[in-house]
Design a binder for this molecule. Structure first.
Ligand code: SAM
Ligand code: SF4
Length: 330
């Protein structure tokens, strides 16, 4: 699959549920209305769409959400998608998780062929953790991380940089990840979906400032390590920890974009930051064969936009897109 700008599409992210057991302040409002369960693709349908993408050339699949591990029966999907790893059609099956259920599932994920997990963790302070997630407990996530490590999963920590919230902890997070053998990626807040009272302008901290702050304590060596994603990596001298920066707002990364995103209702978004979408549920349900589905995917790829135009400043203090990150999947 090649899009109109010559980019090869080899990566599919799938939001398997919009639901979550946390309500992170930058991601969701305190009171969220989730989709009626009847609207969701079944696990079998998710498997069919993912498999069609694999057949069309996708080499990497990431399940995300919402919280992927709270979807009932989700291990069935991991297990069945694992067959594409065995056949060599897929290079990587992975997930992004808040870690709350990892203690339970880490070993099984490994059995299904998962080798790496991204775990979101914005602070190492238990009280602050509960404040940010509104209902999570740090110790549960730390137990989950220990289980992931014990199961032999490589871990990458995702940390959203939040002004006045975790900006005093970057050094500690780097030291801790170094000690644990985890990679760490800092992310800028993106203007996606209404989050209630708080504004993203208050939360937003450009990563250029994060990097400058971190460099007061650590020496960062540039590397050309890439995961095919938007992060730019350095190595932290002394810890050997890889540190990545995802800067959708201060640095545009769309020129090398290789991905598209599927929601749990079967809508395909060709860009995280644009409204362009394609309905795959109708062709999926139209017939048992995949012909209509494959045609709909090809049509969608032919109109993948060039890029997003996220801006956060005083004049643009509103979400750039109405849907939350949990809908399209981060
Ligand atoms: N629940 C899982 C988790 O938290 O890892 C997976 C879904 S979550 C939407 C994926 C990632 O998106 C997380 O690392 C989260 O921190 C990030 N995220 C959510 N809303 C965001 C926003 N508005 N700006 C930047 N990152 C965001
Ligand atoms: Fe849930 Fe992840 Fe969003 Fe936090 S960032 S509310 S854990 S989906």
């Amino acid at each position: 699959m090649i899009d109109p700008f010559g980019r090869k599409i080899t990566y599919l992210r799938v939001s398997v549920t919009d639901r979550c057991d946390f309500r992170c302040v930058y991601c969701m409002a305190e009171e969220m209305t989730f989709l009626p369960k009847a609207e969701l693709l079944t696990l079998e349908e998710l498997d069919r769409v993912c498999s069609a993408f694999v057949q069309l050339g996708v080499r990497k699949l990431r399940l995300t959400g919402g919280e992927p591990l709270v979807r009932r029966g989700i291990m069935t999907l991991f297990r069945s998608l694992g067959r594409h790893l065995e056949s060599g059609a897929l290079d990587e099956l992975t997930l992004t998780t808040n870690g709350s259920q990892l203690a339970r599932y880490a070993a099984e994920l490994r059995e299904c062929g998962v080798r790496r997990v991204n775990v979101s963790l914005d602070t190492l302070d238990p009280a602050k953790f509960t404040e940010i997630t509104r209902r999570g407990r740090l110790e549960v996530v730390l137990d989950g991380l220990a289980a992931a490590k014990a199961a032999g999963l490589a871990v990458k920590i995702n940390t959203v940089a939040l002004r006045g919230v975790n900006d005093d902890e970057f050094d500690d997070l780097i030291a801790w990840c170094g000690a644990q053998g985890f990679d760490l990626v800092f992310i800028e807040v993106m203007p996606m979906g209404d989050i209630g009272g708080e504004t993203r302008l208050e939360q937003y901290l450009p990563l250029s400032m994060v990097r400058a702050r971190v460099e007061r304590r650590w020496t960062l060596d540039d590397t050309d390590y890439r995961t095919g994603g938007p992060a730019r990596y350095v190595t932290v001298r002394g810890t050997g920890c890889r540190l990545g920066f995802i800067t959708p707002l201060t640095h545009n990364f769309c020129e090398s974009c290789n991905r598209v995103r599927l929601t749990c209702t079967g809508t395909l978004y060709m860009c995280l930051g644009q409204e362009d979408a394609a309905d795959l549920r109708t062709p999926l349900r139209q017939s048992e064969g995949d012909q209509a589905l494959v045609a709909a995917i090809a049509e969608a790829i032919s109109r993948k936009p060039k890029g997003h135009d996220f801006v956060i400043d005083r004049r643009h203090n509103r979400p750039a897109v109405a849907r939350h990150m949990s809908v399209t999947g981060g």
